[in-house]
Design a protein around this ligand. Sequence first.
Ligand SMILES: Nc1ncnc2c1ncn2[C@@H]1O[C@H](COP(=O)(O)OP(=O)(O)O)[C@@H](O)[C@H]1O
Ligand SMILES: [Mg+2]
Length: 357
Amino acid sequence: MVFKNLTLQNFRNFQYENFEFDKGMNVIYGQNAQGKTNILEALWLFTGAKSFRSSKDSELIKFQETSAKIDLKFFAENREQECTININKSRSAILNGVEHNSTLGIVGKINAIVFSPNDLNIIKDGPVFRRKFMDTCLCQLYPAYLGVSKRYVKALDQRNSILKNLKFNPNMEEFIEDFEKELAVCGASIIKYRKRFVEELNKYLPKIFSGISEGKEKIFIFYDTSAGENEEEFLDSLKKSRFVDMQQQSTTIGPHRDDLNIEINNISARVFGSQGQKRSAALALKLSESAVISEITGNTPIALLDDVMSELDISRQNYILNHIDGWQVFLTCCDIANTKNLTNGKIFEIENGKIKL
Ligand SMILES: Nc1ncnc2c1ncn2[C@@H]1O[C@H](COP(=O)(O)OP(=O)(O)O)[C@@H](O)[C@H]1O
Ligand SMILES: [Mg+2]
């Protein structure tokens, strides 16, 4: 997939601007608060998802205006295509002449991954962020995963509510078994999906990470489950942990407590990684995610990289600028010095919602 041309009208701080993109690397450079991230945000909206920044569509419209329009010409599935998104009170889209009264209608047609400084939380914060990283991608790829996750959460809520009430009402223990069975069925399926996803990521991750770190460092990730390998083991573990769970009044094992362990040179990236290593690992994970999506869907997502350069040393910057092969990249940065080693591609300097000529 290649984005060719973008027009922004009354979008954020852009009144009217047109961008003709390079098929490989596009650097968007400028001082703070000039509109760089706004451009990535506009591109992201063509995935049909909500903005990665604000939840309100009205914030996307230029102050004092009543509507915004963004228009993208792109190449995918061996043909030129065009998508327009109109933003009034809500968002509607026109894809190749076909109108959709919500952008849900275009979900799945245009793929992108976005990487922003926030994504560092995948490496440095609690397991919830790593589970979210896996789940977000799995839900996009497999609708069945979303279904089984919902069933799991429901059964979990039911088991937890019994655990809370058990001391007042000991007879309820007989009901807990049904929910444990449902938890084991759905939980084992979630674990299987996630493990397979981690295996898929592992096909790409070491190479991408070693590219970013110039072969000096090795990354290794594995899915760390508290619940056992299959339905029977999980059910067995649930029974065994029932007593502890009663005291804690919550279910202490299962995919809702699992983690994705990330090690660099055999030690935990979260605990021991430097800022640069964490950033590189998060970026490598995102790019691997993109490789998995492209293997499964046949469409290579666009990579939107927001502010990734600042904490990386020259060689890591160099890799990002010149060696992310096979992806079209949109990269924002504040310091033009970070891009001096760019060999191919295009640089857009942005000032106050305009391309500076
Ligand atoms: N709806 C809007 N209308 C006009 N300007 C906006 C709107 N939303 C954000 N801005 C302006 O956009 C600028 C921030 O753009 P952003 O892309 O985040 O900057 P950066 O170049 O630092 O990435 C700020 O000056 C902000 O005031
Ligand atoms: Mg920004």
